[in-house]
Design a protein around this ligand. Structure first.
Ligand code: SF4
Length: 365
């Protein structure tokens, strides 16, 4: 049975409680909030507004942006107590927050558990100690393993946020981080390719020529491989790329790096390209005008951002014409390539549930 997508109500607390200055970080720009000024009443009104506008279920309130467990106890209690009424009424089922791997003490977990927190997202970023040091993260990969163990012992769901393209990282090191993540087994992963935000230490490094961000094709390639590996190990990737917003899109906010408003789609389209190309090449040898049929929900990703896959196939296979058609009878995640002349199926590919699940990743919980 298809699990209903939960409603996640995001409450941003940028850099509140965070004494660190990681080289890439400007939480104000990432979250679009520079001066959080929540009162109990404004926070409750904000949550209420989401609840009356959506019928999705279950509902989770998520505290994102800073290092929640580094906030003073009174500030943590302020946020969590403000939403207790919604939990007690059954209108919100659970709470989620993000924090650093070195800010997860047993004492704080007892408190979070009692307040209804069920999911903790760790800003892991890398499991390579040299990369962590070059990014001024201030903890080691061992601390990530230990923090995940404590969270698991206390029965929290654990999410990892990973940042391909940090200083000192290559494709091989990043994929080692992905492989190590698979052994630690978070419940889900987010992939945020590193971008150079203005006003950060990374901007200085970039301007001095000491840091080169990934190109967009490199970031898509790395994330495509990560998505394949994680999905084959049944670890969902729930988001790829930073959420676009007015602050992030402000001219000059991003100095450099592989930011794209449809980054997740670029990665999924690249996967479709790889899967379909061999069959398309085979069918197009006998028919210059082949047809690709896919389920309607897959159409946009198969065509690619701004029809990018179609343009690539037309050029690389020297095709005069290529139709990608929405066909409700094709199961989601599958495709069929037919000869345009005969209109009869000449190739049917059953990808199976695993491939389907890979191509359905990247949707925020
Ligand atoms: S720990 Fe998180 S919030 Fe603090 S500076 Fe680093 S990335 Fe930013």
């Amino acid at each position: 049975m298809k699990r209903e997508r939960p409603l996640v109500i995001p409450v941003f607390t940028p850099q509140e409680g965070c004494p660190h200055r990681c080289v890439y970080c400007d939480q104000g720009t990432i979250t679009g909030v520079t001066r959080p000024n929540w009162s109990r009443a404004s926070l409750q009104a904000y949550v209420e507004d989401f609840l009356v506008r959506s019928r999705r279920h279950p509902v989770e309130v998520a505290f994102y942006g800073g290092s929640f467990t580094l906030l003073p106890w009174t500030r943590q209690a302020f946020f969590l107590e403000a939403v207790q009424g919604f939990l007690q009424q059954g209108r919100v089922q659970s709470l989620r927050l993000s924090t650093r791997p070195d800010a997860v003490s047993s004492q704080s977990l007892t408190f979070l558990q009692a307040m209804g927190v069920r999911t903790v997202e760790l800003g892991v970023q890398s499991l390579n100690d040299r990369v962590l040091a070059a990014s001024a993260r201030g903890y080691t990969s061992l601390e990530v393993v230990q923090a995940t163990g404590r969270l698991r012992d206390s029965r929290f769901r654990v999410g990892f946020q990973l940042m391909p393209g940090l200083p000192g990282e290559g494709r091989a090191t990043f994929l080692e981080t992905v492989d190590k993540s698979m052994t630690i087994r978070p419940d889900f992963v987010r992939l945020y390719p590193t971008v150079v935000l203005s006003g950060t230490i990374l901007e200085d490094l970039y301007r001095r020529g000491s840091y080169r961000p990934l190109s967009l094709p490199e970031a898509v390639d790395w994330c495509k491989e990560a998505l394949l590996r994680l999905s084959r190990n049944s670890i969902p990737v729930i988001r790829m790329g930073l959420q676009t917003g007015p602050t992030l899109e402000r001219p000059g906010a991003i100095m450099a790096g592989p930011h794209h408003p449809a980054f997740g789609q670029l990665v999924k389209s690249a996967l479709w390209y790889d899967r379909i190309s061999p069959d398309l090449a085979e069918v197009s040898r006998g028919s210059p005008e082949p047809i690709i049929r896919v389920h309607p929900s897959d159409l946009a990703d198969v065509r690619g951002h701004r029809n990018g896959n179609i343009s690539r196939w037309l050029t690389e296979m020297s095709l005069p014409r290529l139709d990608v058609i929405s066909s409700p009878e094709i199961p989601p995640g599958e495709f069929r390539v037919t000869s345009g002349q005969s209109r009869r199926p000449s190739s049917v590919v059953r990808c199976g549930p695993q491939a389907e699940s890979i191509l359905r990743q990247g949707q925020d919980e």
